[in-house]
Design a protein around this ligand. Structure first.
Ligand code: GAP
Length: 500
């Protein structure tokens, strides 16, 4: 399993993710996405939107404003309850989440032992004096305060005056945008239950302990679906909300598997009763085995009718659905799959990361599913000093770029160029060589063919330029490499050396 430092370093070196405001020393917990990270995020959003919204007949989209009426947060319960217990160090002033403290080892200055301080494992007591942690895990000297509740809403002020009346919050989840627009969507689309409203957008939380790279940040992007269900209905003998909850748990787990996450690295975790959020009847997390341990990738909650009822109560505006069959108004139940773009990207990166030895050299390869890979095709000229080869390669790239994200690179010899593309997970390289264009000086015509090289098997196929688009339509449309390559003779293995 790849550790976080290796991923952070690869992401910076190859342009996936940069520390925010790095030239000013960096802003803790904020990250910027570079050229490759941006493409990958677009892929993740696109696949989620395609599968959760466009391909379904029962889901529509929405984009609500980040800033909402402050009473939204009163109704949702965020003002009152969206908090974590926080503990401060009286000496170094660092702040910790109380529930995370016992997960860390601590440094102990034991009165029974006069020599230097020593580390005690997470949750354990000192075996000499019996003390439990009372001191800061970072500086080891400061007393810790009692836990206090810390609200994670990020406050801001609208208008020129910073006064209570102008205060509002940056949304901590996109979900509330869907609840407050329930009636607008219902009336404008004339939907029948069950149906869903989906949204992708930024959310903000003043996390006490952000960290682990892009796993927990203060600004992040969510992909959320609120699926509204008629509570009077049953499906297969079960209440409809429970049936749909299970449906979405299965569908969402299947989504990660479909785009290449290994089954061994995914699991479902049922929330215990005491752990359930105030609005939830049942919540199941999809967890990924990150290098920091099994952690939440996505939460799928049965939010019951809590949100619509609360917004009706606080706004004074009834939010119901008229059940034609039963001739009665109902408040729909809501099933909510809620995922994060950033965490999903981190999981795809970690899962794709492989190292192997190829003819005595280390090869780092990101084995991304082609739809996740930021660049699909890299076109590489074998000799950058031959104008006709370069021109042909550039022309091929420009043609392919109309349909797929395609790169051109001539800044190194071919063996090195292949390795660079492997390291960012490009599934296919196309090489234009002397055989492609011929040697006009010697009166030799080219064969008009280029080499496609497959990232995973490192085998190659020689394909007429005119057939490139057809070959990539199949390959990037999901066809496996072997049968496509078999249609073209002259397959060989990646030389692994620099033939230039
Ligand atoms: N509307 C429900 C909701 O927001 P959540 O479990 O708090 O539920 C859903 O968040 C997802 O959003 C998480 O599974 C995670 O992927 C992402 N997420 C939440 N907080 C995050 C943070 N501070 N940094 C990055 N991603 C976060």
């Amino acid at each position: 399993m790849v550790d976080m430092d290796t991923l952070v370093s690869l992401c910076k070196r190859r342009g996936f993710v940069f520390q925010s405001s790095e030239i000013y020393g960096g802003l803790g917990s904020a990250w910027d996405y570079g050229p490759l990270g941006v493409e990958m995020r677009r892929n993740i959003r696109h696949l989620w939107w395609r599968d959760v919204v466009r391909l379904r007949r029962d889901v529509v989209g929405l984009e609500a404003a980040v800033l909402m009426h402050p009473r939204v947060w009163e109704a949702s319960g965020h003002l009152e309850r969206f908090s974590d217990p926080m503990i401060d160090c009286k000496a170094c002033k660092r702040r910790f989440r109380a529930d995370h403290l016992d997960e860390r080892p601590w440094l102990h200055y034991c009165p029974a032992k006069k020599d230097s301080p020593f580390e005690i494992p997470a949750g354990a007591a000192c075996r000499h004096c019996g003390a439990r942690r009372t001191l800061c895990p970072e500086c080891g000297r400061g007393e810790l305060t009692e836990p206090r509740q810390f609200n994670m809403m990020l406050k801001t002020f609208l208008g020129p005056v910073e006064e209570a009346a102008a205060a509002t919050y940056l949304r901590p989840e996109t979900a509330q945008g869907m609840f407050v627009n329930f009636e607008n969507v219902l009336q404008s689309t004339r939907r029948k239950l069950p149906f869903g409203i989906a949204q992708i957008g930024r959310s903000f939380r003043n996390e006490i302990t952000p960290g682990n790279f892009i796993f927990r940040t203060r600004e992040f992007e969510q992909m959320e679906l609120e699926f509204f269900v008629n509570p009077l209905e049953t499906i297969d003998g079960r209440p409809a909300d429970e049936w749909w909850h299970q449906h979405w748990i299965n569908a969402r787990l299947g989504w990660y598997l479909r785009y290449g996450i290994r089954a061994d690295n995914l699991r479902l975790r049922e929330h215990a009763k005491e752990e359930l959020a105030h609005y939830s009847k049942r919540t199941v997390d999809i967890e990924y085995r990150f290098s920091i341990g099994w952690s939440e990738l996505e939460g799928i909650a049965n939010r019951t009718d809590y949100d619509l009822k609360r917004h009706a109560e606080v706004s004074g505006h009834a939010l119901t659905y008229f059940d034609d069959e039963r001739k009665t108004h109902v408040v729909p139940f809501v099933v909510e799959p809620a995922a994060g773009v950033d965490r999903t990207l981190l999981a795809f990166l970690a899962d794709a990361y492989h190292t192997e030895e190829v003819r005595g050299e280390k090869r780092v390869v990101l084995r991304f599913h082609p739809e996740i890979a930021p660049v699909k095709i890299a076109v590489l000229p074998l000799l950058r000093k031959r104008d006709d080869i370069v021109a042909s390669a550039r022309e091929a790239r420009d043609r392919l770029a109309r349909r797929w994200v395609s790169a051109y690179d001539d800044t190194a010899a071919i063996g090195r160029l292949y390795r660079r593309q492997d390291e960012v997970g490009t599934p296919y390289c196309v090489t234009v060589d002397v055989q492609t264009v011929g040697d006009p000086g010697q009166g030799e015509a080219g064969d008009g063919k280029v080499t496609i090289r497959d990232r995973d098997s490192m085998t190659q196929a020689r394909v007429p330029i005119a057939e490139l688009e057809g070959a990539f339509e199949r390959l990037l449309g999901g066809a496996p490499w072997a049968p496509v390559a078999a249609a073209y003779p002259t397959q060989s293995t990646d030389p692994g050396v620099d033939p230039a």
